[in-house]
Design a protein around this ligand. Structure first.
Ligand code: SF4
Length: 461
């Protein structure tokens, strides 16, 4: 077994903190008062919040997370879609439909023509940000992924093109990350699944992914290789959720200490049923909806400037509620089988999707709830990434970019892809929300919206 001295995690501390008993009201109030100063809280304080059981304390906790989300992110929610390029995998993760011992899965690796076609399908829906994702296999090598990125970036659908490609593939060497960086990716994403080394060994019995340490240090290598934005996460349902959240926070603090910048995003997938992966139907440590809301709120409070990503694993009703507690990015209209955007095969995905709405249906519902769907890629394309992004975000300056860019990218979507009823209510929302933009950018925003209405595209600050 790995010990505390062998990695940046102190496992004994994680065990102890994840078993704390419920805090007093006074303790909760004190921690939340500190949290509202938007500078985060310590791992020990987060551990106390995760121990909250009392409904009244939980309400206070969710309200604080909502306050922080509104202060920093306002009403924006960034939208993206995954593009699965291949479901071959040499690993045997017990919860995943792509596991190598799932012989019922129809294996597929997209050709470059198929990747171009899938990209076109996503562009036709209105997507501008995609996540290229695949299993770990020799025929889905780094070279293949680099070609897939280049192919996807090169696709044009009228004047539209993908503006940011994030990548979720198996851990690479520093050299491999240098190559990914050259390919102009946005965020490199990789989840530890479980930070508990013993559980990790149990649920990843075979293949390269069985190497816990290699995965734990992947973001160190990514940052060393020049990747500015990294996305971490755990798969909830494998181990004690309190332990996993605390480990995520410690991982973030480790990256901040080592590289001057924590993760760009944290993802919070919960295990969903996947055909051919019996464990996924009966997760060993299921997380209830209430605990799920709580853990998202604790991450928002602890890492106020780190994006939180919620996928389509969750149902529309739960997603709607959870947006309020700190989520800043969501996938929409997702298919998790390679080729699924043109010929979807229900049982060929990595997991079952809980939110099957189309992108426009998601956007229509977001508008009804007062959220601004954003396709913004401005920071990444202006070089506001990594530590530079955090330097702007922490004093609140990012608001001068995010709201205008979000509104303009949303207006583009409404003019180019939305049905008339969605366009009408979306434009009304933009009119209402633009009054909340900082005064110094009001004029620029007005002009950008007018230019977008006249047909100019891809305007961003
Ligand atoms: S989780 Fe990833 S590595 Fe594991 S079997 Fe699925 S695709 Fe392969």
């Amino acid at each position: 077994m790995l010990t505390a001295t062998q990695t940046f995690l102190d496992y004994a501390k994680l065990e102890e903190l994840s078993g704390l008993s419920a805090p007093s009201f006074a303790q909760v109030e004190k921690i939340l008062a500190k949290a509202k100063r938007l500078k985060g809280i310590t791992t020990e304080e987060a551990a106390l919040l995760l121990a909250v059981q009392d409904p009244a304390q939980l309400s206070l906790l969710l309200a604080a997370a909502h306050y922080i989300k509104e202060e920093i992110y306002g009403k924006r929610l960034v939208l993206f879609a995954p593009l699965y390029t291949g479901n071959f995998c040499t690993n045997d993760c017990l919860y995943c439909g792509f596991r190598r011992s799932n012989h019922s899965l129809e294996r597929k690796r997209l050709t470059m023509d198929e990747i171009a076609q899938q990209t076109s399908e996503l562009l036709k829906q209105g997507h501008k940000r995609i996540l290229i994702i695949s299993g770990e296999a020799g025929n889905q090598s780094l070279e293949y992924t680099l070609e897939a990125i280049q192919t996807s970036y090169s696709v044009r659908e009228d004047t539209a093109r993908v503006r940011r490609i994030n990548v979720e593939i198996a851990p690479l060497s520093v050299e491999g990350f240098r190559a990914l960086k050259k390919a102009n990716i946005g965020t490199y994403v990789c989840f530890q699944e479980t930070y508990n080394p013993e559980l990790y060994a149990m649920y990843h019995p075979d293949g390269p992914k069985a190497d816990y340490r290699n995965r734990l240090y992947v973001m160190d290598r990514a940052m060393e290789g020049g990747i500015d934005d990294v996305g971490i996460g755990a798969l909830f349902g494998l181990g004690n959720y309190r332990y996993e959240v605390l480990a995520i926070l410690e991982h973030a603090h480790h990256l901040e200490a080592a590289f001057g910048c924590g993760p760009h995003t944290v993802s919070v997938p919960r295990i969903e049923p996947a055909k051919g992966a019996p464990l996924s139907f009966n997760p060993p440590a299921p997380v209830s909806d209430i605990d799920f809301k709580k853990l998202i709120a604790v991450i928002r409070i602890s890492l106020p400037y780190t994006g939180i990503i919620l996928s389509t694993r969750e149902s529309p009703a739960l997603r709607k509620e959870i947006f309020a507690y700190g989520v800043s990015q969501i996938s929409a209209g997702s298919k998790t089988d390679p080729g699924g955007y043109s010929a979807h095969k229900e049982d060929n995905g990595q997991f079952s999707v809980g939110d099957n709405r189309t992108l426009e249906e998601v956007i229509s519902d977001l508008i009804d709830d007062g959220y601004i769907p954003s396709f913004c890629t401005g920071c990444y394309r202006r070089g506001r990434v990594g530590a530079d992004f955090m330097d702007l975000a922490k004093p609140g300056l990012i608001k001068e970019f995010c709201l205008p860019n979000g509104l303009v990218s949303f207006a583009e979507y409404l003019y180019d892809y939305a049905s008339p009823p969605t366009r009408q209510k979306g434009l009304a929302l933009i009119e209402a929300m633009k009054t909340t933009a900082p005064a110094k950018v009001a004029h620029v925003l007005d002009k950008a919206l007018l230019d977008t209405a006249s047909g100019e595209r891809d305007i961003y600050l």
